[in-house]
Write a protein that binds this ligand. Structure first.
Ligand code: PMP
Length: 406
């Protein structure tokens, strides 16, 4: 048991006071997007109220202020994930952008017959860019299978690795199942055969503070909107050597050293990968979101969310006909489930009428749904500002929906 106090924390989130369909909002769609605390909203308002200006190229005061705050945010992100250098943090619009940036860069490195390894439990954004890369280069995509419990089969992974393997990519935490994958083992084994590793940290970052140097990971991706920050903002961590090797993703302003019609040379890191005017306010607010979460503390957050996960799992399993997908012991606070005879969409719609926000469908992870031979699941994902009382509301809501639908 922790001394963590969600009731005090909830006061930071104005949206949690609203009603939906006449009922108090119970927000259990945190794995899709987390809510935003007043402290981060204030930073956004302050930016547009007081120092909105384009960065890096202005001599005037506002531009310099905005540039300073933006670069300070980069350093906050660097420190949070323990990157060795600030320029190993590339601002992106989120995980999707980060993965596409790396996949595009590998077009000029891979050749036909090279092998890439993906896990069976990826979000589409960590599958499709690589399939597009394979189409362009003739590289071959292999898949680490998973078990009924929703865990990767590491023996099979080791069998897939060879001198032909150039890249391995896998999520740190599955958005559809909540499984925390053994990424250190995955990274070390890939490095033994000389392959690089990209870890999609979109679902891990709100719960686990990853240390990219300790992990020795080559690339790590994060979306700010899943960790109390704004949408359309995120980061790519890349080891300096890799970022120097990869070509730029987009051409434009900010990313050049010199442009003539004969030849253009590219700017140094991180600007080489940051063409155009970025989401300046988004970057600054991402930094503020990290400050907010770190002030609460990731240990407290993880312990409390784990308590919520276990309570909710226990309570949900009292409902007859309810099956949970993803039963690994190593999970974040995500519960994907179905009730025999009820389509997830119908369950989600009734819960919405009761003010309870859950996600239904394939969660952008169709291969997982194919594995379980289901069209989708209902997914309740908990954050540190949720409570056991809200879990009780969910359980009662499901029982009511079940009585209506069956
Ligand atoms: N990977 C995982 C594991 C995710 O959960 C998500 C978001 N659902 C993404 C990637 C994509 O993130 P974004 O939409 O912020 O680019």
């Amino acid at each position: 048991k922790t001394t963590f106090n969600p009731i005090t924390i909830r006061k930071d989130f104005p949206i949690l006071n609203r009603k939906v369909n006449g009922n108090p909002l119970v927000y259990f769609d945190n794995a899709a997007t987390s809510q935003t605390p007043q402290q981060v909203i204030d930073v956004i308002v302050d930016y547009y109220s007081n120092y909105n200006a384009n960065i890096h190229r202005g001599v005037h005061a506002l531009s310099q202020e905005a540039t300073d705050k933006y670069e300070q945010a980069r350093i906050k992100i660097q420190k949070h994930f323990n990157a060795a250098k600030p320029y190993e943090i590339i601002f992106t619009s989120g995980t999707t952008h980060s993965i596409n940036l790396v996949a595009n860069g590998f077009s000029s490195i891979l050749k036909a017959g090279d092998e890439l390894i993906v896990s069976a439990m990826e979000h589409h954004s960590n599958i499709v860019p690589w399939q597009m890369l394979c189409e362009r280069t003739g590289a071959i995509l292999k898949v680490i299978p998973m078990s009924e419990e929703g865990e990767l089969l590491l023996d099979e992974y080791h069998k897939l690795l060879s001198g032909k393997t150039k890249l391995v990519f896998c999520n740190h935490v599955s958005n559809a199942l909540g499984t925390v994958n053994p990424i250190k083992t995955i990274i070390d084994a890939a490095h033994e055969v000389g392959a690089a590793v990209l870890i999609d940290g979109a679902q891990a970052a709100p719960h686990i503070k990853a240390d990219v140097q300790e992990l020795d990971v080559d690339f790590y991706t994060v979306s700010a909107h899943k960790m109390c920050g704004p949408t359309g903002e995120g980061m790519l961590y890349g080891k300096e050597e890799w970022l120097n090797l990869l070509p730029p993703y987009q051409g434009g302003g900010e990313m050049i050293a010199e442009v003539t019609f004969a030849k253009t040379t590219y700017a140094d890191l991180p600007h080489k990968f940051e063409a155009g005017t970025p989401n300046i306010c988004g970057g600054i607010a991402f930094g503020a979101a990290l400050d907010y979460m770190n002030a609460i503390g990731f240990e407290g957050i993880a312990a409390y969310e784990n308590e919520l996960l276990h309570y909710a799992t226990e309570q949900l399993l009292t409902i007859e006909g309810l099956r949970i997908y993803g039963t690994s012991k190593s999970k974040t606070s995500v519960i994907s489930f179905n009730i025999e005879g009820i389509h997830p969409y119908d369950m989600g719609s009734i819960l919405d009428k009761l003010g309870i926000a859950v996600r239904t469908g394939h969660h952008c992870a169709q291969p997982i749904m194919d594995f379980y031979k289901i069209p989708g699941t209902v997914r309740a994902s908990f954050s540190f500002y949720n409570t056991k009382d809200e879990v009780d509301v969910l359980v009662a809501g499901i029982k009511r929906a079940k009585a209506m639908l069956l």
